[in-house]
Design a binder for this molecule. Structure first.
Ligand code: KG4
Ligand code: ZN
Length: 356
């Protein structure tokens, strides 16, 4: 594949990611320094700590990305960076780093919306992997991350029509909160998925917020229901035995609750995505964002899409969670469209992707 070689930088949240991507598809290298261990102690992200960790890791991550791809800064055609949405301090580290690199090496700079990056991860090809057709338009994309949950229709590159979004918590946020309630640690998503695999009874039912026939989502009621159920389970476990922490609940109980919660989230996400694809006449479905790493969600949507003979494109889990390559994929389209960021590019913490 031939095309521009983009150096792409992602630092909007708690992963420092730098990648080299050719032609918006072919990954040459994709290095991610995760802050998960750093934030596990506090059970969530502390913005100041995240920004400082980006500063600490961004140079070594760049060196590793260049080494792994076997290129020098002079070889790249453009520098791309996430400028929103995300944590202001974290975004600024990446933006200023990208500006300095672009300025010193006289390369064009392009700003990318992080959410657009999650969608464009579906176009990426790993090193050495065979070429495949890009997702055909029109398509429906479900983006489910720690900060966002929405469905958009794309009839062409870089054009988004918002079909629905969460009216309260993001799906990933709900996973993280319920993970904490169950004493499963941070981040809750992967921990709940693992715990749920051990469930055997499969008979707890948590509520689903359908919100009529809209494509909107709501997870706050589910979170409250989960809290009540966990409190009930703790009271049962206590049964005159003094204090019991969530981490001390019987593993079978934790597994059942994790399963029930995950089922509820997956059911609503999958049902609405499939309905949106049918209603808009989509020719493919794309999933992106950290929660798209969830195996049950992937399987559920794959099954329903298969029945409709609709291709489903879901990046491998490492490309669903935050990374630089997805920014490089989206950047190629923006560069192709002639977009260039100015030297006063600033962090845009609540940058939207699409409006209704
Ligand atoms: O996209 P991402 O890496 O960062 C944001 O842009 O927010 O998403 C992180 C979110 C976290 O809430 C995490 O718990 C969730 O994705 N997540 C998962 C799984 N892996 C990560 N949720 C459910 N199942 C998973 N396997
Ligand atoms: Zn993300």
């Amino acid at each position: 594949m031939s095309g521009q070689l983009v150096l792409a930088i992602e630092s909007s949240c708690d992963e420092t990611g730098i990648a080299l991507v050719e032609g918006g598809r072919r990954i040459h290298s994709n290095i991610v320094a995760s802050q998960i261990a750093l934030h596990a102690a506090t059970g969530g992200i502390v913005p100041e700590v995240a920004a400082r960790a980006h500063l600490r890791w961004i140079v070594p991550v760049l060196d590793e990305a260049l080494d792994a791809a076997g290129v020098k800064l002079g070889d790249v055609d453009a520098v791309a960076v996430t400028f929103g949405p995300g944590l202001a301090g974290s975004l600024l580290v990446g933006i200023n780093f990208a500006k300095a690199l672009a300025w010193v090496h006289d390369k064009p700079l392009v700003g990318v919306n992080h959410l657009e990056g999650h969608i464009y991860a579906a176009w990426l090809l790993d090193p050495g992997k065979a070429e495949r057709e890009p997702p055909p338009f029109p398509l429906v994309a479900l983006v489910v991350s720690g900060g966002h949950t929405f469905l958009v229709e794309m009839r062409d590159h870089l054009t988004y029509r918002l079909l629905g979004q969460t009216v309260d918590d993001a799906a990933g946020e709900a996973f993280d909160k319920v993970g904490r309630l169950l004493g499963l640690g941070y981040p809750g998503g992967p921990a709940i998925m693992r715990a749920a695999q051990d469930a055997t009874r499969h008979d707890v039912a948590f509520p689903r917020a359908w919100l009529g026939d809209t494509y909107d989502f709501s997870f706050s009621g589910l979170k409250t229901a989960a809290r009540r159920t966990v409190e009930g389970a703790l009271a049962d476990a206590r049964n005159g035995n003094g204090h019991v922490e969530p981490a001390d609940l019987p593993p079978a109980t934790t597994a059942e609750l994790a399963w029930g919660f995950q089922e509820s989230v997956v059911d609503v996400l999958a049902t609405k995505t499939i309905r949106a694809a049918e209603a808009t006449g989509a020719r493919s479905i794309v999933l992106g964002g950290g929660v798209a790493a969830n195996e049950v969600l992937r399987r559920r949507i794959a099954g329903a899409a298969g029945e409709l003979r609709l291709p489903l494109i879901v990046p491998r889990p490492g490309l669903c969670t935050d990374n630089g390559a997805m920014i490089g994929a989206a950047a190629a389209r923006r560069l192709e469209a002639g977009e260039r960021a100015r030297w006063d590019l600033d962090a845009s913490p609540s940058l939207p992707l699409a409006t209704r």
